[in-house]
Design a protein. Structure first.
Lengths: 67, 385
């Protein structure tokens, strides 16, 4: 199972995409591909940011950690 | 009066007492005559036995008093006194029969100085942590910018926990809070806190941990001044935010932690970004993304334009070259033209049907023919004879 990237990783990736798009040395194809990835990243991040409630979980035993 | 009678009997050798009888009697006399009392003096010759019992003497300028403080009594104290320390002790004067020694069984011991033993224990533990390099500012880890999993070590029913949950829910609801409930004071608090910190190593994807006290301001912070707890904080696999001490009362746990917060709410705020700010940042990135690709596409269009220009230029150049070639070819063609030859004075004879007449035999007498010269034709005829 692929591990979902953390919010920090997603944000970092988006920042990298923007930096590369703003730099000069990209061919158009690549630029469009990056743009698509960036738009998708934006969508996922907005979605995550709109989640309603923090999850609170009590850890009483080590078994509680295994998930 | 009974004592006097006994002493009288012992005055002759026949009535000699055993050692045990004398010491037992001495003990009875001392314990009856001297009730438990407070004594002030300077600690000297302090020794801790393997059994956990403490042995020392109390001195002043002229006398000394042997003291013992049993493990069950000294366990409550934060640390042992050191030689030279001025203390108050509360104890029962007695005679230790096996050694025939007059001594004080100490039940309570207080330093005469302000912070007393707690202060001493704090300084000792702090010195040990300094020696271990655990208070080095360079050890402080940076807090995560976008924490996803936050461990909270505090008592489960405390106001501190409610405050932390409320702040995280408002600022950064993406986060998952893992609460590790522990006692934070009294019996077992030290062991539970240490165990909770050890447990952190088993939490997957943990970003940061918050340790908080129970709530009230007059709480006993002893557990957070315990050296073992401080070392457990230092050994935590993620940065630790301590919201334990009071403003005037910094604990060892605060000193060792990567970040010290004044309240549990402040700790929660330090552990999380503000969602609104992050949304702004993301929106800004979105705008830059759009502009970035637009300008890239624009640059592409411009380049295409430039390429077309160059292509056109090249085509024009090539056409020009062709045209030039054509001119020179036609020049050469021109040079080969028979008209040029005619210009040089030659002429061309053709009969009425246009055939070129090349030989004398083609010119019979009386033949009419046409002569082509450089600027036109003239009619001609071969004479009749």
């Amino acid at each position: 199972m692929a591990k979902e990237p953390t919010f920090a990783q997603q944000l970092e990736r988006l920042e990298e995409i923007v930096r590369r798009l703003e730099s000069q040395e990209l061919d158009l194809d690549e630029a469009l591909k990056l743009f698509e990835e960036g738009v998708e990243g934006l969508r996922v991040m907005r979605e995550r940011l709109s989640s309603a409630e923090a999850i609170v979980k009590q850890v009483l035993r080590t078994e509680d950690l295994d998930q | 009066m009974g004592f006097e009678l006994d002493l009288f009997v012992a005055a002759s050798a026949e009535g000699a007492w055993t050692v045990a009888e004398v010491t037992r009697r001495a003990r009875a006399v001392v314990e009856a005559g001297l009730p438990p009392l407070w004594v002030r003096g300077e600690v000297s010759g302090f020794k801790r036995w393997r059994s956990g019992h403490w042995y020392f003497a109390l001195r002043d300028g002229t006398a000394q008093l042997r003291c013992v403080m049993f493990a069950r009594d000294n366990l409550r104290l934060p640390t042992a006194p050191v030689d030279g320390m001025q203390v108050f002790v509360f104890g029962r004067p007695t005679v230790w029969e096996e050694k025939g020694e007059f001594r004080l069984t100490v039940l309570e011991l207080l330093s005469t100085e302000g912070g007393g033993l707690w202060q001493l224990a704090f300084e000792k533990a702090k010195a040990a942590l300094v020696r271990a390099g655990l208070l080095d500012p360079a050890r402080k880890r940076r807090l995560p910018a976008y924490a996803q999993r936050i461990a909270v070590i505090t008592s489960a029913d405390a106001a501190a926990l409610r405050d932390i949950v409320a702040v995280v829910a408002r600022r950064w609801p993406l986060a998952e809070l893992l609460v590790l409930p522990t006692r934070v004071q009294g019996e077992g608090a030290v062991a539970e806190l240490c165990a909770a910190f050890r447990l952190l190593g088993r939490v997957r994807g943990l970003d940061v941990a918050i340790v908080g006290r129970g709530g009230g301001s007059k709480e006993d912070l002893g557990a957070f001044n315990n050296e073992r707890v401080a070392r457990a904080v230092a050994a935590a696999p993620v940065p630790v935010i301590s919201a334990v001490g009071h403003e005037t009362d910094v604990t060892l746990c605060d000193l060792v932690a990567d970040f010290r917060a004044s309240t549990p709410s402040a700790a929660a705020a330090a552990a999380t970004p503000d969602r609104e700010e992050v949304l702004d940042h993301v929106a800004h990135l979105g705008a830059r993304l759009g502009r970035g690709v637009a300008s890239r596409v624009d640059r592409g269009a411009q380049r295409l334009e430039r390429t077309l220009d160059r292509l056109r230029g090249m085509m024009a150049l090539r056409l020009e070259r062709h045209r030039h070639q054509l001119a020179s070819t036609s020049g050469r063609l021109d040079a080969l033209s028979p008209l040029k030859i005619l210009e040089r004075g030659y002429s061309l004879a053709r009969d009425a049907r246009g055939r070129v007449l090349r030989r004398v035999t083609q010119f019979p007498a009386g033949l009419a023919f046409r002569l082509r010269v450089s600027d036109g034709e003239v009619s001609a005829r071969v004479p009749e004879s």
